[in-house]
Design a protein around this ligand. Structure first.
Ligand code: ZN
Length: 430
């Protein structure tokens, strides 16, 4: 039937068009008269031989096509899966959870003053935690100086069994001659205040420059930070480090970029061109830091390079003081479920649960703190459901694909949800 329809369309084209032109096009496209006749013969026999029809069409048929198929903007395309597959609800995690990667607050400028901005109140967050079986949230962006005091007083002090706070480096001071020792002393101070770890944003490697916002980029393995890494080890503070970003962020934002829509929505996330190092250069600099400070425990956030689990596996084999956290990367892990499952099996003692949750983080749907977010993570880790959304959003925000659950056994879930983080944070086992 298809063959016959295509044949009729083709013949209509021939009659309606300038025949000489059509033949010229046919010859140009390498399609011989013999194959035309052959196709016609097969079509007459009711077979679908028109797979071999030339791609070149006449102007008339192109025009017809344009009229019958309206153009659809990529942003308006919302295909619904027609798969009939199991949909498992996982309202609570199988074991209590430590969410190792959240942003309950951040440091913001008001005039000359840096102050703490809370994205929510503990009273808003705690009921969600209780319903989702989240025992502890680690607020990584606790800041430094007075902001750190404020943040610890707001989140940790009144609920010390539910919220922990990490500190961050005081990068604005990097130009000062005594910065290396100053920064190490700040870690000591943060530890005394109750901070439980050190967080490095991707600022180091991608934003911080010699004159803060101008000049050459400061390298991740810059020697000025050596006393800071050592101080973290001395105070048993794990270092949560975000280095680099998805590989597609380092490529042109064009039609071949698998994160085109995400980069289009956040053009400042593109690190293509200019003086940016490559994804690999950034990671290699971080690796040199991990190698140089074997006493320091590093939790590489976002799995490090979640598109390349082979590379991450090599690093985990090389560095016993390296661990990974999965926040905002189940979109990557879940589209390679067989590789991911093997990765979790092999490194089950070194993978930490995290979501990168931001209360009211509306411009990054994969991070909006709430029940829906946790349910997706639990579904990914606990079930073997197929082809579901990795973010609570009508459109996959990090790339146009869906994910598959990896159905981890209880023994691994217990470690990933709780035990691995508890060990690093000095908390009691379950
Ligand atoms: Zn984060």
């Amino acid at each position: 039937m298809i063959g016959l329809t295509a044949l009729l369309t083709y013949l209509a084209d021939m009659i309606a068009s300038d025949v000489a032109d059509v033949w010229k096009e046919r010859v140009m496209s390498g399609w011989s008269r013999r194959s035309l006749l052959g196709s016609m013969g097969l079509a007459a026999l009711g077979q679908t031989a028109f797979a071999s029809l030339p791609k070149t069409r006449t102007r008339q048929s192109e025009n017809l096509k344009k009229k019958s198929l309206p153009k659809l903007a990529l942003e308006d395309y919302l295909p619904k899966s027609m798969l009939h597959v199991r949909e498992t609800q996982v309202p609570r995690a199988m074991f209590p959870v430590i969410d190792f990667h959240t942003h309950l607050s951040w440091s913001g400028r008001r005039g000359q003053k840096t102050e703490a901005h809370n994205n929510a109140t503990p009273e808003e967050v705690l009921p969600v935690m209780d319903r989702k079986n989240v025992r502890m949230m680690v607020n990584l962006t606790g800041g430094y100086g007075a902001v750190l005091d404020e943040t610890i007083n707001y989140w940790h002090k009144p609920h010390s069994d539910r919220f922990l706070v990490f500190t961050e480096p005081w990068f604005e001071k990097i130009r000062e001659p005594n910065y290396p020792q100053f920064q190490a002393d700040q870690i000591t101070r943060a530890s005394a205040l109750g901070a439980r770890g050190l967080k490095l944003l991707k600022t180091l490697g991608l934003y911080l420059r010699e004159q803060i916002t101008t000049g050459p980029l400061v390298k991740i393995d810059d020697r000025r930070f050596d006393p800071m890494w050592e101080a973290a080890a001395s105070h048993k503070m794990p270092v949560a480090i975000h280095t680099s970003d998805p590989e597609a962020f380092f490529l042109p934002t064009d039609r071949f970029n698998e994160r085109f829509e995400e980069l289009n929505a956040h053009p400042d996330w593109s690190f293509h061109g200019k003086d940016f190092p490559t994804n690999l250069e950034l990671q290699e600099a971080r690796n040199r830091v991990i190698a140089r400070h074997p006493r320091t425990q590093f939790v590489v956030l976002h799995v490090g390079d979640s598109e390349n689990l082979g590379y991450v596996s090599d690093l985990l084999d090389r560095f016993p003081n390296m661990h990974v956290e999965i926040g905002a990367r189940i979109g990557e892990l879940g589209r390679q479920p067989r590789t991911s499952r093997k990765f979790f099996d092999k490194y089950q003692d070194r993978i930490l649960f995290g979501t990168d949750a931001v209360p009211r983080g509306d411009d990054t749907p994969q991070q909006i703190f709430g029940e829906a977010l946790y349910e997706i993570y639990y579904r990914f880790l606990e079930t073997e459901d197929e082809y579901f959304d990795y973010a609570p959003a009508p459109k996959p925000p990090q790339g146009r694909w869906r994910i598959y659950g990896i159905g981890l056994p209880e023994s691994i879930l217990r470690k990933v949800y709780y035990e691995n983080a508890a060990r690093m944070l000095g908390l009691a086992s379950l």
